[in-house]
Design a protein around this ligand. Sequence first.
Ligand SMILES: Nc1nc2c(ncn2[C@@H]2O[C@H](COP(=O)(O)OP(=O)(O)OP(=O)(O)O)[C@@H](O)[C@H]2O)c(=O)[nH]1
Ligand SMILES: [Mg+2]
Length: 449
Amino acid sequence: MVRVSGPHARAIGEAISGRKLPARRATYTSFSDIQHQSVDAGIAIYYPGPGSFTGEDVVELQGHGGPVVMRLLLDAATDRGARLARPGEFTERAFLCGKLDLAQAEAVADLISSASEASARGALRSLQGAFSAAVNALDEQVLSLRVLVEAAMDFPEEEVDFLSDHQIGDQLESIQQGFSRLIGDSEQGILLRDGINIALIGEPNVGKSSLLNALSGVDRAIVTDVPGTTRDLVHADLIIDGLPVQVVDTAGLRETDDHVELEGVKRAREQASRADLVLIVMDDRTAVDAERCPLLAELQRPPVGLIPRRMLRVLNKADLSGGTPGVVEPVGKREDHQGEKTPAVSEIAELRLSALQGTGVDALKDLIKSRVGFSLEGTTFTARKRHLDALSQGLAAAERARKLLAHQSPGELIAEELRDAHEALGSIVGEVTPDELLGEIFSNFCIGK
Ligand SMILES: Nc1nc2c(ncn2[C@@H]2O[C@H](COP(=O)(O)OP(=O)(O)OP(=O)(O)O)[C@@H](O)[C@H]2O)c(=O)[nH]1
Ligand SMILES: [Mg+2]
C-alpha cells in the first residue's frame, strides 16, 4: 500500500487514479504514472482530514504489491509532487495534529515490533490510551495541588496556616503513591515490551547447549559429550507466558590454549556481563567442585561479580545425580570450600533440573519470571525506559515536596517541586518535549508508519 498524507494528497491520489475519489469509499481503479501509462490496478481510498490517521487528508493506494510495481506506484506519487516519508513521519504528523499523544505514538511502534501476543496486547492498550490515562489522572492531581499551593502564596498572611493544613500532606502522599504505582506498572510494561536477555554460562559439558534446546523447544545448538563443543554464541528466542526472552548459549568456561575456544570464552564472559539474567549451569554431581572454577567464582563474587539478583544457579543432570528437580530450598545455605558462607553466593537462587529429560524446565521458567519480577496480572500496557525515568523524576520531586512541607518551608519551594513533577508527567505524553527527543523517538520507527 502507498499512503499519501498532506494538503495535496487528494489531488495526487485522483491524478494517479484518473478519477474523483469519494471520501472513505473503496474505489477500484487503475493507477497511472505521470505519462498516463497504467502501472497497476487496485483500490484507492480517500480519508479527508481531520478524520484520518494523521489528521491531514490521506489517500491510500492498494496495489498488487511486489517490489517493482510498488516502486512504479511510489514514482507515480513522487512525480506528482509527493516525497518519501521519513521513518515514523505518519505517526509524527498524527502526534503533531493532536490525534495521538506521545506515549500513544510510541505504542504504534511497539505494536508493530511486539515480540509476543501479550506485548502486542499491551502495546494496543497503550495505543488506546490506557497508559496515558493513568499518567493524565496523576497529572490532574499534581496540577490541582499546585494550583492550591500557588494560590496560597498570593495570601501571605494565610499561607502558613494553609500549608500546615494536613490535607496538603495527604494529597502529597497520595501523589507519591500514584507515582510509585505507575512506576511498578511501567517496569512491567518495559519487560513486556523489551523482554529480557539470558546468558547460559558454565564449565564445559555441563549441559548449557542442552538447556538452550530444552528451553526453546528447538534443536538449536549442537550437543555432544565432547567438552568445548560450543564456541560461537548461539541465540534462541522464546516466550515465557508473554515475556519475550532471548537466550544465548556460550562456550564452556575453562583455561585453554586453543585460540578459537579462547575467543569463545571471552565472548561468554562479555555476554555474562551484559545479560539481564545469568544462568550459571553446573553438573549437579560436581556442583560443589564447580565453585572452585575461578572463572565462575569471579562472576559470583563482588566487587567484579554480578549482583545476585541477576544470577540463578542451575544444577543440571538431575537424572544422573538422583536429586529432585525443582527449586532447591533453602536457597544457597551451601558453604564454600573455605567453610565460609559467602553472602553473595547465599543469595543466589538455585534450581535442579534435567535438560536431557526436560524435568524441572517449567519450574525454571517460573523462577526466571519471578527473578525479573514479571507477572502478567495487572500488566495492562507497554512502557519504555524514557517513561520510567520521567516517573522516577516525578516521584523524587513529590518526595522533596513532602520533606519541604514537613519542615514548614516556604510555599514557593513546594510549588517549584510540584512544577517539576507536573513537567515530568507532561514529558511522557509529549506536552513539554524537546524537539531533539521527538526526532529521536520517531526516527526509530519504520518507514511508512
Ligand atoms: N544424563 C544427562 N545428560 C545430559 C544432560 N544435559 C546434558 N547432558 C549431556 O551432557 C553432554 C554435554 O551437553 P552439552 O549440552 O553439549 O553441554 P555444554 O555445556 O553445552 O558443553 P560445551 O558446549 O562443551 O561447553 C551431552 O552428552 C549431553 O547429552 C542431562 O540433563 N542429563
Ligand atoms: Mg555447548
